[in-house]
Ligand binder design. Sequence first.
Ligand code: NAD
Ligand code: MG
Length: 398
Amino acid sequence: MYLCIKYNIFTVTNQKRLAVLGATGSIGRQTLDIIGRYPERYRATVLSAGRRVDDLIALAEKFRPRLAVIGDEALLPRLRDALVPLGIRTSAGPQALKDCVTDDDIDMVVTATVGYSGLEPTLAAIGAGKDIALANKETLVVAGELVNKRLAASKSRIFPIDSEHSAVAQCLAGEDISHVKRLLITASGGPFRTWSAERIATAKAADALKHPNWSMGRKITIDSATMLNKAFELIEAHYLFGIEPSRIEAVVHPQSIVHSMVEFDDGAVKAQLGMPDMRLPIAYAIGEHTRLTGAANTLSLADFATLTFEKPDPERFPCLTLAHRALDARGNFACVMNAANEIAVEAFLNGRIGFNDIYRTIEATLAAVPFISNPGFEDYVASNDEARSRAAEYINSL
Ligand code: NAD
Ligand code: MG
């Protein structure tokens, strides 16, 4: 009996305690898959979601966090009625989504919400000195400089979940960063890789949602079709690894088996390969860059006889060019770009605008919102709000 109690204490104290933001989404659920399969290592103490309250309730019933948070305050009574009888605390609203990351029983915050919504909880986590497994790349796109400034003054560390950045981190393990010549960020090319410009102009949401290799949330799937996702990832790579923008490139690799590469100044190129299965980068991130046996599906290279690489085409995918423009301009450029994209993607998914109108909306919004060269936190908030309004006005005018 005594030994048994001791054993329990031992296992509990060795579990890493995770707050999973965006638990009901694609990355959130795959994170919970890892937590569920490795209970001796991981436990979810906080789960949050935007609006899918029934899904959040089902996950909380299964994973028994201390706290469940829903973004939409109108859904709190439903959440409370279902979970309080189980001894699970509940809260709701934007403030609650931020506050939930700072408690003492959290060792790491997994940011798997979508879009701008990731920024403030991430800053709150950094303020509280929590480590972060970062899926929400928009946080670094919107405010990479501010995030890095706050990180420098905190004991928090960021471990990327994005598969390309996980691949780069794996290639950099044991290396001297001063020998890095280039980061080669691979891109599947999305569902329109082989489509002509004329055909792309007619693409509908149903076409864009058919990603060839990855099953992901709707917003990132559209970003992959426009290739703005790859622009975001070049920006993300710059802020994560501190490599100058001119040495970060996108390479189209339609099979999505090579997740990215690092070229060194002696001519070596290292690549990380694996199945397109996000559970590997998730496990590598929440394990603080350590390996977790059996985390993801194994790769049988014989099933992929040919791996190909090609240059991306900025003519058909002009969103790609926004990465280096954003990294040249700095300031609030990428914050405005991201906000306009969020509004445009929503309008495209609702059938209100055409596929190429996504890029047009971003350009029109960048032209309409004043540039701020050295934004502080409040400037990002204001730029995001204003860009959303200007983007919506532009879409209404179409
Ligand atoms: P998703 O749409 O499947 O899930 C989003 C989650 O965030 C849901 O739980 C939703 O309830 C929650 N959410 C949405 N809006 C919210 C708000 N305003 N406040 C709080 N919560 C909110 O998205 P996803 O595909 O899991 O992507 C999540 C993030 O991970 C994105 O930033 C995406 O770019 C990144 N990412 C995803 C993948 C992937 O394979 N899905 C790969 C790499 C990076
Ligand atoms: Mg990616």
